[in-house]
Design a protein around this ligand. Structure first.
Ligand code: ZN
Ligand code: ZN
Length: 351
């Protein structure tokens, strides 16, 4: 295989049309030596582990003739709760706090969110926030890490399997991340990455299960917590987050910015704790609610969580974009009315 260098390499790394078949795309990237093997192997193994967790869950429930024992019920409840807990580490934590600075959090809240974020195991806060700021600044271009114009699979998870486009690296260098490095919780997690996150994602759910309700069944409860609360829950929450980049960039309404890809997607909001109101979010990324309306109108558990934190003074200074939106709406309606009147009088003159 001939080696491609410099400018030439940049041009071969340019987009393949999304209409290309997946076999062609895989062969193309393989030939370019462009595959991120460690990530591909890790994500594949994590999915195999999740399948084993799912088999263990089915054996414990559907294929079990005996009623569930108390320690098994607790482990299942804990595994389920780890969905919103680890999810908040992404939505309220690395997304709305660290990537967008849409509110201010006290140290206890930042520690909780950093721990929850580690359970979610989606790369360190520093890396996630950096990629996300680049995503907002360069949405749907080569510099966007999960550019949705390259198709659903690429935006969902394919982007992790290949090396970054050179434009993404350049774009990352142009942004400032001093605020992230200034935060001790971010530095702590980054210093221990990836081992701390792997421990919190897989082993911690097992330890909690065994220590809190495993009496008499310590090892069985530990492994149930490890495989179901760890391995299976991890992959599910990972896909729920990935749907924000794929489904919420490709399917849904565009009431706030009709020219952009991000869309209002209620299903993604349901899975990703209120992060599917993505047309609003890309239009007003500084809004802590990441949706136009409150929780009674748009499903948004992350906003409910943040409002609770604000009530208990764990968070403050939430930024909101509804004022800007109302003003814009008013101007548009005014323009429509005036234009409409003008058009009407012009028609009358013509008659
Ligand atoms: Zn987006
Ligand atoms: Zn965002």
């Amino acid at each position: 295989m001939t080696e491609v260098k410099g400018k030439e390499k940049e041009s071969v790394l340019k987009l393949k049309s999304p209409s290309d078949g997946w076999v062609d795309t895989v062969v193309f990237h393989f030939k370019q030596g462009n595959i991120n093997w460690p990530m591909l192997i890790f994500i594949t193994m994590a999915h195999v582990a999740a399948v084993y967790g799912f088999i263990r869950l089915i054996n414990m429930t559907l294929l079990n003739d005996k009623p569930l024992e108390l320690h098994q019920k607790y482990t299942l409840l804990w595994s389920f709760l780890l969905w919103p807990i680890s999810g908040l580490g992404i939505t309220a934590g690395v997304h709305r706090l660290w990537a967008h600075r849409s509110y201010v959090a006290t140290r206890p809240l930042r520690i909780f969110l950093m721990l929850a974020n580690s359970i979610a195991n989606q790369g360190s806060i520093w890396h996630w926030a950096r990629d996300h700021r680049v995503h907002h600044k360069h949405s749907e271009t080569d510099a966007d890490p999960h550019n949705a114009t390259r198709g659903f699979f690429f935006a969902h998870m394919g982007w992790l399997f290949i090396k970054k486009h050179p434009d993404i690296i350049t774009a990352g260098k142009e942004l400032n991340f001093d605020d992230l490095i200034a935060d001790g919780t971010v530095r702590f997690q980054k210093a221990l990455d990836p081992w701390f996150a792997l421990f919190m994602c897989y082993v911690f759910p097992g330890i909690v299960s065994a220590a809190c309700w495993g009496k008499g069944h310590v090892m069985e409860t530990f492994w149930d917590g490890y495989w179901i609360g760890g391995a299976l829950r991890y992959i599910l929450v990972l896909h729920f987050t990935w749907f924000v980049n794929s489904a919420a960039h490709l399917f849904g309404d565009h009431p706030y910015d009709p020219t952009s890809y991000p869309a209002e997607n209620p299903v993604v909001s349901l899975l990703a704790l209120g992060e599917g109101w993505h047309n609003w979010h890309h239009k007003y990324p500084f809004d802590y609610a990441a949706s136009e309306f409150g929780i009674s109108k748009q499903f948004n558990p992350t906003k409910l969580f943040l409002d609770t934190c604000i009530f208990f003074r764990l968070a403050s200074e939430p930024k909101r974009a509804t004022g800007a939106w109302a003003k814009k709406k008013q101007i548009r309606e005014q323009e429509l009315y005036i234009n409409g009147t003008n058009q009407l009088s012009n028609t009358k003159k013509a008659m």
